[in-house]
Design a protein around this ligand. Sequence first.
Ligand code: GDP
Ligand code: MG
Length: 208
Amino acid sequence: MSMRRRTLLKVIVLGDSGVGKTSLMNQYVHKKFSQQYKATIGADFVTKELQIDDRLVTLQVGFLVQFNGQERFQSLGVAFYRGADCCVLVYDVNVMKSFDSLENWHEEFLKQANPSDPRMFPFTVLGNKIDIDGGNSRVVSEKKAKDWCTSKGNIPYFETSAKEDYNVDAAFLCIAKTALSNEYDQDIYFQAMPETVPDNEQSGGCAC
Ligand code: GDP
Ligand code: MG
């Protein structure tokens, strides 16, 4: 009986409040953008299915939410980031502080998620809102962002606009592929331990 293998990848999106995490997700998953700012309360997950080569992949994307005006990890518990296959760090190219925060988000993620090999754990950085003012109000140069990414072990970097749907698909395809490569390592690990049966209990989706 041949069963198509479905791979579930967990991606965590982090970044300061207002940088566009929810908007990027809405654009990617629903092809929609809203100017209205609605702070996300609690932790949120959305899923998107995509085909990468011959694999059917379900991308489960979780993003952080507001607590007392600040987006933070601590209140969410380990379940939120445990088992993440990739971490996406988002900043707003027009807000220096959101770029400076990447350092903290990066560090915080590694501390909380505690991956087996922190130096190899896949991240992706997105510089969002590049559409604003036709780029005239941007304060973080592409070079500055790329230099930071290089210093952290060559993290892939994308400039995006959730508003104009610029580079969003490309970024998430790269994120999915990066996550997939991390997942592959886990497969090997599972094979080495036959008593561990990976469960694929994603609800929804048809089995045709
Ligand atoms: P989050 O707090 O990181 O989830 O940020 P949101 O997705 O809620 O976005 C915060 C605000 O920025 C909202 O008013 C969005 O409409 C706006 N926004 C998000 N992404 C973009 C973008 O790429 N360009 C522009 N011009 N505005 C954006
Ligand atoms: Mg949000």
